[in-house]
Design a protein around this ligand. Structure first.
Ligand code: M6R
Length: 611
C-alpha cells in the first residue's frame, strides 16, 4: 500500500526522502515521487512509474535537489488511475504539493464541480482532486490550517496526507483520518511517515496521530491539534523495533529472515501468557471467564490472518467445545449482522490497519459485541479500537508474504482456546498445561528442525520449477492449512493452485489431475491417515506427483509420495502450525528458484488499507 515520508531539518532532504521511501518499499508500490524546496524555495517535483530507483536516478541527475532541507515523498499503489508518471504522487498546483494514502470516495463529484469552475487536472487520481480543492480553499482563505480543515470536511473516505505549501519552505502540514500517519521526532529535524519503519535509521520517537488530528511540523517544533482544533495531548512514543530488526540481517530476503525468526517469536509471544505452566491472560486484562457464558465465537480477518483464525476455529471447537465461525472481513461487513451483545468477535491482523478488518471491528462494536484484537503492530488502529488486545510479538514483518505473523497468531489463538476450555470446564488444567508446554517448548524446536533440514523442501521446489498449476489437499484442520499453503504459493510464485478438502476432490476437481500434476498432501492427524492415504492413492493413480507433508510414522503415505516434507513429531492439534513453515519454505524456494521478487510480489501490498 502507499507510503508517505516527509522531512524537515538540516540534512539533505532528498536523500532522507529516498531513504525513507526505500524503507517503505515493503508495503508494495508501483510508482514513487518526491517534492522538495530548492535553494530558491521553489517546490520541485520528481516522480516516476516503477521502482524507486527510477526516482532516485532523477534525483541524482538533478543538481537542484542538493542542499535542500524540506520535502515530502510517496510510494504509490494504484487505486484511481493506472500506474504511470503522471498518476504518481506528489500532486498539486503552483500553491502546494500533496501526498496521500487512502481513498477519497466522493472525488468524482468534487472533480466535476472544480472542472465546472475551470480547474484543470493532470492525472486520473482522487488525490489530485484533494490537492486542487485545497489549493482553491487556500487561495480564497489565505489561512493554511483553515483551508486544510475546510477541505477535509468536504471529503469522504480515508486519508493520511502530507502537504508542502509553496510559500512556506520550513513547515510541513499533515493530517489523518482512516489511514495511519505518524510524526517522527529527531534531533533538530522532524519527520512525517506512514509507519515507523521509514524513520528507524534516524529516530525511534514518534507521535501517532489520531483520527482527525492535524500536525504542523518544522525543524524544531511539532504542533498537533485534534479534530476540534484543540491541542492534542499525544504521548511521545518510542518504537522498540530497531534498524537491525527492520533490515535483512544478512539473509537474501526478508521472507526467509522472517521464517527463521518463527521459533523465537513463538516463544516471545507465549512467554508472558503462560504462568505456572498454565495459559494466563489476566495481566492483559482479558477476563477469560467470559468464555463460560459465550455461545459462539466469531473470528474475522483477511488472507493469512484469516487462515490463522481457522486454526483458532478448530481449537475453540475441540478444546472449548463451542462453535467458532471464521469470516472474511470484507464479507462479514456486508452480511446481516447475526451477532450482538453477548457475542465475542476476534479480529486478527498483523498490521492492525487492514481496512476491511478495521471496518469489521467497528461494525462488531456498533452491534454491541465484545471485541478482542490479535495484532502485531503496537498502537495500530485495530489494537487501539478493540475492547481487548493481545499483541503477537513477531517484530516487524517486512516481506509482503506473511510468515512469522501467521505462526504466532496460530500459536496464540491455540493457547487462548485452551484457556477458554479450562474456563468452560471442557479442558482439564493438566491438559491445558500440556498444550501450553507443547506450544512454548516443542513447537519452536520443531520449526527449527524443519528450517535446518530444508533439503527435501528445496528438492520439491526444484521439481516444481516449470509447474503452472497444482493442488493442496488435507482433511480436518489440514484443509485450512492447505488453503494457507496454496495462498503462499500463489502469492509469491505466481503458480495457480487450489486447496481442497481431500475427500471432496472426487466430486469434480479430480478431472484436472493428469500426469505430473503436483498435489501437496498434508496429513497431520493420525485419525485421518487412512482416509488421506485413500485420497492420495486416488490422485496418484491418475498420475499426480505427490508432495507429502506428514510425520515419519505416516509410513504408507510416505511410500506413495514422490517427495516427503517431514513434520517433526508433535501433538496432532499443534503439528499443523509447524507444517505451515514447510509450506512457506516450499513457496519461498520455488519463488527464489524462479528468480522472482520474493519480498515484493507483483500487484500486492503489505498493508491493505483500501476496502
Ligand atoms: O495485516 P493483516 O494481517 O490484516 O493482513 C491480512 C492480509 O492482507 C495478509 O495476511 C495477506 O493475505 C498476506 N500477504 C498473505 O501472505
Amino acid at each position: 500500500m502507499c507510503g508517505i515520508i516527509g522531512y524537515v531539518g538540516k540534512a539533505e532532504a532528498a536523500e532522507r526522502l529516498i531513504e525513507g521511501l526505500s524503507a517503505l518499499e515493503y508495503r508494495g508500490y508501483d510508482s514513487a515521487g518526491i517534492s522538495v524546496f530548492t535553494k530558491e524555495s521553489k517546490l520541485l517535483t520528481l516522480k516516476a512509474e516503477g521502482r524507486l530507483a527510477n526516482v532516485a536516478a532523477k534525483v541524482e541527475a538533478c543538481a537542484e535537489t542538493r542542499g535542500v532541507h524540506c520535502g515530502i515523498g510517496h510510494t504509490r499503489w494504484a487505486t484511481h488511475g493506472a500506474p504511470s508518471d503522471r498518476n504518481s504522487h506528489p500532486h498539486g498546483t503552483e500553491l502546494l504539493q500533496l501526498v496521500h494514502n487512502g481513498i477519497i470516495e466522493n472525488y468524482a463529484d468534487i472533480k466535476e464541480e472544480l472542472l465546472n469552475k475551470g480547474k484543470t487536472f493532470l492525472s486520473d487520481t482522487d488525490t489530485e482532486v484533494l490537492a486542487v480543492l485545497l489549493s482553491e480553499n487556500y487561495a480564497q482563505m489565505g489561512d493554511k490550517l483553515g483551508a486544510i480543515k475546510k477541505t477535509l470536511s468536504a471529503v469522504t473516505g480515508s486519508y493520511g496526507i502530507a502537504i508542502a505549501f509553496a510559500d512556506d519552505s520550513t513547515h510541513l502540514y499533515c493530517a489523518r483520518s482512516g489511514s495511519p500517519l505518524i510524526v517522527g521526532v529527531g534531533e533538530g529535524e522532524n519527520y512525517v511517515a506512514s509507519d515507523i519503519t521509514a524513520l528507524l535509521r534516524h529516530t525511534r520517537k514518534y507521535y501517532q496521530l489520531r483520527e482527525g488530528d492535524i500536525a504542523v511540523v518544522s525543524e524544531d517544533a511539532v504542533v498537533i491539534t485534534d479534530k476540534n482544533g484543540d491541542p492534542a495531548d499525544l504521548p511521545l512514543e518510542t518504537a522498540d523495533w530497531d534498524v537491525q530488526a527492520a533490515e535483512r540481517g544478512g539473509y537474501p530476503h526478508f521472507m526467509i529472515k522472517e521464517i527463521n525468526e518463527e521459533s523465537e517469536t513463538v516463544k516471545k509471544t507465549l512467554n508472558t501468557r503462560i504462568k505456572n505452566g498454565l495459559p494466563d491472560f489476566e495481566a492483559e486484562g482479558l477476563d477469560i471467564n467470559m468464555f463460560k457464558d459465550l455461545e459462539r465465537v466469531h473470528i474475522v480477518a483477511c488472507g493469512t490472518a484469516m487462515y490463522a483464525g481457522c486454526v483458532g476455529k478448530c481449537r475453540f471447537e475441540s478444546y472449548a467445545r463451542m462453535p467458532a465461525h471464521v469470516e472474511v472481513a470484507s464479507e462479514f461487513r456486508y452480511a446481516p449482522p447475526l451477532f450482538g451483545k453477548g457475542d465475542l468477535v476476534i479480529i486478527i491482523s498483523q498490521s492492525g490497519e487492514t481496512a476491511d478488518s478495521l471496518a469489521a471491528l467497528r461494525l462488531a462494536k456498533e452491534c454491541g459485541a465484545h471485541t478482542l484484537a490479535i495484532v502485531n503492530v503496537i498502537g495500530s488502529s485495530i489494537a487501539r479500537e478493540a475492547d481487548n488486545v493481545l499483541y503477537t510479538w513477531a517484530g516487524p514483518e517486512i516481506s509482503v508474504c506473511s510468515t512469522k505473523a501467521y505462526t504466532v497468531q496460530a500459536a496464540l489463538i491455540t493457547l487462548l482456546a485452551a484457556a477458554a476450555g479450562v474456563a468452560r470446564g471442557t479442558v482439564t488444567e493438566e491438559e491445558a498445561a500440556r498444550i501450553a508446554s507443547c506450544l512454548h517448548d516443542e513447537l519452536p524446536l520443531a520449526i527449527e528442525k524443519i528450517i535446518n533440514n530444508a533439503d527435501p523442501i528445496k528438492a520439491a521446489a526444484k521439481a516444481l520449477h516449470t509447474t503452472q498449476s497444482m493442488f493442496f489437499i488435507g482433511r480436518g484442520s489440514d484443509t485450512y492449512l492447505a488453503s494457507e499453503g496454496s495462498l503462499k504459493l500463489k502469492e509469491i510464485t505466481y503458480t495457480h493452485s487450489e486447496a481442497y478438502a481431500a475427500g471432496e476432490l472426487k466430486h469434480g476437481t479430480i478431472s484436472l489431475i493428469e500426469q505430473g500434476t503436483p498435489v501437496v498432501s498434508i496429513a497431520n492427524d493420525p485419525r485421518m491417515y487412512e482416509k488421506m492415504l485413500s485420497n492420495i492413492r486416488e490422485v496418484k493413480a491418475r498420475g499426480a506427483m505427490i508432495i507429502a507433508v506428514c510425520a515419519k510414522d505416516a509410513e504408507d503415505i510416505i511410500k506413495v509420495a514422490d517427495h516427503w516434507l517431514e513434520v517433526p513429531a508433535l501433538r496432532s492439534d499443534i503439528a499443523g502450525i509447524a507444517a505451515a513453515t514447510s509450506l512457506q519454505l516450499l513457496a519461498y524456494y520455488l519463488a527464489d528458484d524462479r528468480g522472482l521478487d520474493v519480498d515484493k510480489p507483483r500487484n500486492l501490498a503489505k498493508s491493505v488499507t483500501v476496502e
